[in-house]
Design a protein around this ligand. Structure first.
Ligand SMILES: Cc1ncc(COP(=O)(O)O)c(C=O)c1O
Length: 396
C-alpha cells in the first residue's frame, strides 16, 4: 500500500477514457481565439463547453478596466483583507454588488467555491440544521463537511419533501438553513423558487440561493431565478460567482441582514486566503456595469439558449427539462457518451462530458453551454454536427 494506492480506481478510470480517445480532465486548447472559438488539436473549434454565458471574457471595457487596475494597484494584493487590508476597489465592487441586488450588504470572495464554503459553513453552527438539495454543487457539499451543523438532504427540486423534513425538526432547537441553486449545473433545470420560498416562510427558515448559473441571464434585471420568481424578499442570502457570466474569477454573497458584516471576522474561507487581485476586481466591476446597463446581453443568451435547445430537441436528442444556458444531452450509456464527446470534438465542437458519479441520477451527459457571443450560424453548425454524430453513433 502506497500513499497513492487509494487513487488506483481513479487512474484506471482515466486510462480507460484515454484509451477511447481523449482524457476529458485534460483538454488543452493551444489558443483561445475568442469567447466562442479556440484552437484544439491544431484546428479551430466551437466552444460549447465554457460558462462564458454573456461572452464578456473579451469585452473591451472589461479588458481595459482590468489593465488599468493592474497599472494603478499592481498584480496582486498579497494577502487577506482582514490581515493585509481592503483596497478601495474591493469596497467599490461590494457596493456595486449590493446595489445591483438591491441589498444592504455584499461580501466578495476569492472564488465562488469559497463563497459557498464560507457562508454555509459559518452560518451553520453546532445546533443548526442545513437542508440542502440532493443535487447541490460540490462547494455546497464541502461547506456541509466544514460546518458543525446537522446536514439533511431533501429530494431534488421537491418542496414537499423539504417541508416534510422541516416538519420533522419541529420542537428541536437551532436555525433551519435551506440551501438551493437557482439553476442546476448539470441538467440546467431551475429551482421551483416560489414553492420553496413558501415553505421557507411557513417554517420560519433561512434561505440561501446560489445563482451561479443565472446571474445576468434570468430576471428582468439579470438578478437571477429569485427575481424571475418574484421572491427576492424571501431570500436571505444570494451567493454567486464571477467566473461565469462576469467572465473572470471570484465569488460573492449579498444580504439584507443587518449583522451580515460580522461574517468578515468569523468566516474562515474569507479570512485566511488572499483577496481578489486588482485586475480581477477591475474587470468584474466593469462586467457588472455592462450587465446593469445592457439588457441585450441577457436577451441574447436567452434567445441563443432557446435556439440550441430546440435545435437539439428537434434533432431527436433527449435534452434537459428546459432551455437555460446549460443544455444537457442525455446519452443512453457511458460508452456512447464518451464516443459522442470524442467525435464531436473531432468535428470541431467542444462540449463537456459529464459522467456518474458527478451527475444526477447517474446520467451520462453531454453538457453544452451557450453564450450571448455565439452567432446563430455557430449554434446551427454545432447542432448539425451533433445531429450527424448522433446518427453515426446511433444514439438518435
Ligand atoms: C452552482 C455552483 N456554485 C458554485 C460554483 C463555484 O464557482 P467558482 O468557479 O467561482 O468557484 C460553481 C462552479 O461550477 C457552481 O456550478
Amino acid at each position: 500500500m502506497t500513499l497513492f494506492s487509494k487513487f488506483e480506481a481513479l487512474r484506471a478510470g482515466i486510462d480507460a477514457l484515454q484509451a477511447s480517445g481523449r482524457n476529458p480532465f485534460d483538454v488543452r486548447f493551444e489558443k483561445i481565439l475568442s469567447a466562442t472559438e479556440a484552437l484544439l488539436g491544431g484546428r479551430p473549434c466551437l466552444l460549447f463547453g465554457t460558462n462564458n454565458y454573456l461572452g464578456l471574457t473579451f469585452d473591451p471595457s472589461c479588458i481595459e478596466a482590468s489593465v488599468r487596475s493592474i497599472h494603478e494597484a499592481g498584480t496582486g494584493t498579497t494577502g487577506s483583507r482582514i490581515a493585509n487590508g481592503t483596497y478601495g476597489e474591493h469596497a467599490l465592487l461590494e457596493r456595486r454588488m449590493a446595489e445591483f441586488y438591491g441589498k444592504r450588504s455584499a461580501m466578495i470572495f476569492t472564488t465562488g467555491y469559497q463563497a459557498n464554503l464560507g457562508l454555509i459553513s459559518t452560518l451553520g453552527g453546532r445546533d443548526d440544521q442545513l437542508l440542502i438539495d440532493a443535487d447541490s454543487h460540490a462547494s455546497i457539499y464541502d461547506a456541509c463537511k466544514l460546518s458543525a451543523a446537522e446536514v439533511i438532504r431533501f429530494r431534488h427540486n421537491d418542496p414537499e419533501d423539504l417541508a416534510h423534513r422541516l416538519r420533522r425538526l419541529e420542537g428541536r432547537p437551532g436555525n433551519r438553513i435551506i440551501v438551493i441553486e437557482g439553476i442546476y449545473s448539470m441538467l440546467g433545470d431551475s429551482a421551483p423558487l416560489r414553492e420553496i420560498a413558501e415553505v421557507k416562510r411557513e417554517m420560519g427558515a433561512t434561505l440561501i440561493v446560489d445563482e451561479a448559473h443565472s446571474l445576468g441571464i434570468r430576471g428582468k434585471h439579470g438578478r437571477g431565478v429569485c427575481e424571475d420568481a418574484g421572491v427576492e424578499r424571501d431570500v436571505d442570502f444570494v451567493v454567486g460567482t464571477f467566473s461565469k457570466s462576469l467572465g473572470a474569477i471570484g465569488g460573492f454573497a449579498v444580504s439584507d441582514l443587518p449583522d451580515f458584516d460580522l461574517l468578515r471576522i468569523a468566516c474562515r474561507p474569507y479570512m485566511f486566503t488572499a483577496s481578489l487581485p486588482p485586475a480581477i476586481v477591475g474587470s468584474v466591476t466593469a462586467a457588472l456595469a455592462r450587465i446593469s446597463t445592457d439588457a441585450s446581453l441577457g436577451a441574447r443568451v436567452r434567445s441563443n439558449s432557446g435556439r440550441l435547445y430546440s435545435g437539439l430537441a428537434q434533432a431527436g436528442f433527449a435534452v434537459g427539462p428546459e432551455p437555460n444556458p446549460i443544455v444537457a444531452l442525455k446519452m443512453p450509456d457511458k460508452e456512447s457518451a464518451v464516443h459522442f464527446w470524442n467525435r464531436i470534438i473531432d468535428q470541431g465542437v467542444y462540449a463537456n462530458l459529464a459522467l456518474p458519479p458527478a451527475t444526477p441520477g447517474s446520467l451520462s451527459l453531454i453538457r453544452c453551454s451557450i453564450s450571448a457571443a455565439h452567432t446563430e450560424a455557430q449554434i446551427d453548425r454545432a447542432v448539425s454536427i451533433m445531429a450527424a454524430v448522433g446518427r453515426e453513433l446511433r444514439v438518435l
